[in-house]
Design a protein around this ligand. Structure first.
Ligand SMILES: O=c1nc2n(C[C@H](O)[C@H](O)[C@H](O)CO)c3cc(O)ccc3cc-2c(=O)[nH]1
Ligand SMILES: C[C@H]1O[C@@H](n2cnc3c(N)ncnc32)[C@H](O)[C@@H]1O
Ligand code: SF4
Length: 339
C-alpha cells in the first residue's frame, strides 16, 4: 500500500483496566479516585471478562491505570503484585500491557518492566507552586519525585510515555520549564517515545471545578511543544477532550501525530466519550490524513525489550503490516459499550 508517511496519524486501540480506584492522593481535578479502603480491587473474573471483550473488539493495548497505595503502607506489596498479575494475564491473552500507576520504587519498576511493553507517568507540571493548590494533598505529584521517575525509567531502558496536564493553574513559563525537563531527560536516556498534551477538562466528580483548557490554546501549544522537544518524540493529543474537532486538525497541522488510546471508555474523564476510529477516519481523510492503529511501543524501541516481550510485539507488528486497519477495527457494537 502506498502511503505518504508524513500524512499518517496514529492511535492505539486500547482498553483501560483499573486495578483499583482507591488512592491516597487527592488531586483536586481527579474524577477517578475512591477513598482508600472504600473500593474493591479488580477480581480475576472481572479482568477475564474485560480482556475477552477487548479481544472481541480488536483492541491490542491494555492500559493499566490505577489509584495508588501509599509507599509505606503494609498493603503496598499486595497492590504491586496485583498489578503484575494483571499485566501477566493480559500477556497470556496475547494483549500488550502499558502501565501508568504513579511513582514506583526502582524494584517495583524493574518488576513491571518484565511484563510491560512500555510504561508511563505524566509529569503534569514542574512548578512546585501547584503543591499549594491542586496538589496540596497529593504527595505523588511532587515534581522532583516525578522527574526522578522519568530518569529511573531511562536508566532501566523502559520505553516511556509522559506528558503535561494543561490548565491546572500553571503559567505559560511553567509549561516551557516542564517541556525543557522532559527534553533534558530524553537527551540523557533517549527513552521518551511520546509526550501527551492533556488539556484539563472538568468532570462531574472532581473536588474543584475549574474551567477546561481551551481547544484553541491546546492546538497552539502543540507548536511550542514541537519547538522544545526533540523531533523524534511524538506529540499526542486526546480527541475526546477537544470539543470542536476542527481544532484536532489545527493541532495536527501544528505537529501533533497521535491520538492516544481509543477505547470503549475513558476512565480518567468518563464524562467525555472517545470518538470511534470509524468516525475519525473519514474526517481525517477529508483533510488528507490517514488514520492508522499503532502498538503501545514505538518500533525504534523493540530491541529494548526482553526476548519474550519482543516475540509478542513482533507477532503484532506482522499483523499490523499485513492488515493496517480492518483487522483492528473495533466491533460495530463498540459505541453501545460506552459507559
Ligand atoms: O497512556 C496514557 N493514556 C492516558 N489517557 C488516555 C488513554 O490513552 C485513553 O484515552 C483511554 O483512557 C483508553 O480507554 C488519558 C486520558 C484522559 O482523558 C486523561 C488522562 C489520560 C492520561 C493518560 C496517561 O497518562 N497515559
Ligand atoms: C493519568 C493522568 O490523567 C490526568 N488527569 C487526571 N484528571 C484529569 C482531568 N480532569 N482532565 C484531564 N486529565 C486528567 C493526569 O495527568 C494523570 O496523570
Ligand atoms: S489523578 Fe491519580 S494520583 Fe491524583 S487522585 Fe487521581 S488517581 Fe490519585
Amino acid at each position: 500500500m502506498l502511503t505518504d508517511p508524513d500524512r499518517v496519524i496514529t492511535y492505539s486501540p486500547a482498553l483501560t483496566v483499573v486495578p483499583t480506584y482507591e488512592c491516597f492522593n487527592r488531586c483536586t481535578y481527579c474524577n477517578f479516585r475512591a477513598e482508600p479502603g472504600q473500593a474493591t480491587w479488580l477480581s480475576r473474573s472481572q479482568l477475564a471478562e474485560q480482556l475477552a471483550r477487548a479481544k472481541s473488539h480488536g483492541l491490542v493495548e491494555i492500559l493499566v491505570l490505577s489509584g495508588e497505595v501509599h509507599p509505606e503502607s503494609p498493603r503496598r506489596a499486595a497492590w504491586l503484585q496485583h498489578i503484575v498479575d494483571i499485566c501477566d494475564y493480559a500477556l497470556q491473552q496475547g494483549l500488550l500491557p502499558h502501565t501508568n500507576v504513579g511513582p514506583l520504587s526502582e524494584m517495583e519498576m524493574a518488576q513491571l518492566r518484565a511484563v510491560n511493553v512500555s510504561m508511563g507517568l505524566m509529569l503534569e507540571q514542574m512548578t512546585p507552586s501547584l503543591l499549594q493548590t491542586v496538589h496540596r494533598h497529593a504527595p505523588s505529584k511532587v515534581p522532583e519525585r516525578r522527574l526522578a521517575q522519568i530518569e529511573q525509567a531511562g536508566r532501566l531502558r523502559i520505553p516511556f510515555t509522559t506528558g503535561l496536564l494543561l490548565g491546572i493553574g500553571e503559567s505559560e513559563h511553567d509549561r516551557l520549564e516542564t517541556l525543557r525537563a522532559i527534553a533534558q531527560s530524553h537527551d540523557r536516556w533517549g527513552h521518551i517515545q511520546e509526550v501527551i498534551l492533556q488539556p484539563h477538562q472538568p468532570g462531574h466528580r472532581q473536588q474543584q471545578a475549574r474551567s477546561g483548557f481551551s481547544a484553541a490554546a491546546l492546538a497552539e501549544f502543540v507548536k511550542t511543544a514541537k519547538q522544545y522537544l526533540p523531533a523524534e518524540i511524538t506529540v499526542q493529543i486526546p480527541p475526546n477532550l477537544i470539543a470542536d474537532h476542527q481544532y484536532v486538525l489545527t493541532a495536527i497541522a501544528n505537529g501533533a501525530r497521535d491520538l492516544g488510546g481509543l477505547g470503549p471508555k475513558d476512565e480518567v474523564n468518563p464524562d467525555y466519550h472517545h470518538p470511534t476510529p470509524e468516525r475519525l477516519r473519514p474526517f481525517l481523510r477529508s483533510a488528507g490524513w490517514q488514520l492508522r492503529p499503532r502498538l503501545p511501543i514505538y518500533p525504534q524501541y523493540d530491541d529494548w525489550l526482553t526476548p519474550q516481550l519482543q516475540q509478542r510485539v513482533k507477532a503484532w507488528r506482522g499483523r499490523l503490516v499485513e492488515a493496517p486497519s480492518p483487522d483492528l477495527t473495533p466491533h460495530p457494537s463498540y459505541e453501545a459499550v460506552s459507559r
